[in-house]
Design a protein around this ligand. Sequence first.
Ligand SMILES: *Cc1c(COP(=O)(O)O)cnc(C)c1O
Length: 381
Amino acid sequence: MLHIPFNRPVVIGKEFDYMRQAIVSEHISGDGPFTKKCQAWLEEALGVPKVLLTTSCTHALEMAALLLDIGPGDEVIVPSFTFVSTVNAFVLRGAKPVFIDIRADTLNMDESQLEDLISPKTKAIVPMHYAGVGCEMEAICRIASQHGVPVVEDNAHGLFGKYKGRYLGTFGSLATQSFHETKNFTCGEGGALLINDEQYIERAEIIREKGTNRAQFFRGQVDKYTWRDVGSSYLPSDILAAFLYAQLECRDRIQGTRQRIWDYSAEHLRDWAEANEVDMPFIPSHCEQAYHMFYLLLPSLEERTALIAHLKSQGIQSVFHYLPLHLAPMGRRWGYTEGEFPVTESVAERLVRLPLHNSLSANDLDQIVDAILGSGGILPT
Ligand SMILES: *Cc1c(COP(=O)(O)O)cnc(C)c1O
């Protein structure tokens, strides 16, 4: 029986108190007091001009695609090694995904291949900070601005991670966060759009409110609100914002625990990894990671399969991660085939993620480490 699950959602602070407050105060729709608190808290903590809570990171990415007026015939440069939504949000508007391979060290977009992929049709570059370790934002932003192409950071993994001393999510014109149950901070389902380029703020509010200027109306800036633009409904209930706010208040505890687990795993597995030609996450010295994920890169698919099965036999759930999007049935529609992105294809077969969540006990951690050290020669005989 599995007794150490890969993930458990954290409940650590005043989640229930704040949800009760939201309910008792009778503001349970969107943009209530807790939504405003979360937004202001994130703006202050990250130094972002405007944060809008959304129903998910997927929806924040969809808002980004709407804000950038992405349409049929446009191209968007994205890694193939990412979650579906990073790409699908733009495909939904009719864009063609132009996939880029990843670096073998950080597993992030390989910025050295970026320039060659830019065309007059390129309308966005979308780096995703894998495991909350920053992409090479200096090079990416330089190339993007030389070509006048906006950058949208998918920062679902990277809240509070830094690149060269600056928070991830503050580099692109727009950036997105996820508060899904599997992320460091959660409200079950939720997200945020971070707006660094202030020209997008007014329209973002309208797109998020069904295409209306309702937000301006509630601030008393206009005396009635009307249909102004395309849009949809991207506001989370204030009950969810209440849950999230309780978690944001516990930032240091949540991140501190994750950091201790990550450091312990790395420290105790380092020698084993080296002896077995297993790679561990690489954190460049100019990056501060967000402690979203601890993974191992096994030498082969067979060894990964064996390790996952071995851990399972010890009651420990470990999981692989993204399947290359260019080889998915949908990706192949644009003619992508095997062998085009060798690093992505290789990493996708060899990566395994270990449990990393706030309710892992010291004993759980020791069991995980012992199970791996005791896996012996991993290759099935
Ligand atoms: C989790 C995740 C998303 C989607 O987040 P939702 O809030 O579930 O929509 C998008 N991109 C990446 C990289 C993710 O890990």
